[in-house]
Design a protein around this ligand. Sequence first.
Ligand code: C2E
Ligand code: CA
Ligand code: CA
Ligand code: CA
Length: 277
Amino acid sequence: AKKAGRGQHRFFDQSLNLKDVEEFHLEQSFAEALRNREFVLHYQPQVCLDSMKIIGYEALVRWQHQEFGLLYPDRFIPMAENSGFVIPLGLEVLRLACAQVTQWQVEDVPVRLVAVNVSPIQLAQPQFCRQVLEIISEHGLKTGQLELEITETAMLDARAVESLHCLKAAGVKLSLDDFGTGYSGFAHLEAVPVDKLKIDRSLIAKICNSHDDSPIVSSTIILAKRMHLKVVAEGVETREQLVHLKVAGCDIAQGYHLSRPIPPAEVPGFLRAFAGS
Ligand code: C2E
Ligand code: CA
Ligand code: CA
Ligand code: CA
């Protein structure tokens, strides 16, 4: 409907601007890329700071483009959101992640939890909760093995909040991403039923030593605990940051210091090496 509207407008004002042409090509190539299965997921481990064991993986999408090579999400997710393509792409990502966990289970690779990023546009779809639960059951997973990372809670409409309550009631885990960046803060926390809070890496980057030189991070951890939420730190790049976070009571850490996101084929070897280290 949106497309027809835009086309009509274009017809009347006789202008065909470059941006529309580019968007059209991009939408075409998105659809083709989906058919060719060019979207792949890389996985980044999340480590429990008490046990130093891996508790799960975040799935991060990449586009294995025929001409341009491996494209990172910042290059195509914003456009996929504008064109609505993020809806079929998001379903593909969920299927890929669930299929991967199933395969790991068959191969005795101990991966119990996968976290998948979802766009607010996906959440606003009235069928979103039902589709997610269908994908989970088609792959024989338990709902508690899937976690959805959500952002921009300030912008979520009533339908999106309804999706979240539906998913939560079914046992799917919910995590609030990019916490502390302005889109996600304590003011929005009461409306959404999340289990975890992920402190944005821009805040973690401010931790330079193992003293409390980042009162925002330590206060966030204290407040989150009072709300019975687990706290995840993302973008942990140094040992000092890891030590600081552990002392401050953070539950889970993720970042280059532990591992970069890796292709699924490298996960079993990484797990063995990590357990042995
Ligand atoms: P995000 O959810 O905040 O994901 C964390 C990003 O930080 C990832 O970038 C990850 O590779 C990167 N990262 C992890 N550890 C470190 C570290 O120690 N230092 C630094 N500097 N960076 C680190 P990536 O994979 O390029 O993803 C960027 C964003 O794209 C994600 O941010 C997420 O918002 C979005 N995204 C990724 N996959 C999906 C998806 O399947 N669907 C949707 N809708 N969005 C996605
Ligand atoms: Ca995320
Ligand atoms: Ca982030
Ligand atoms: Ca983000």
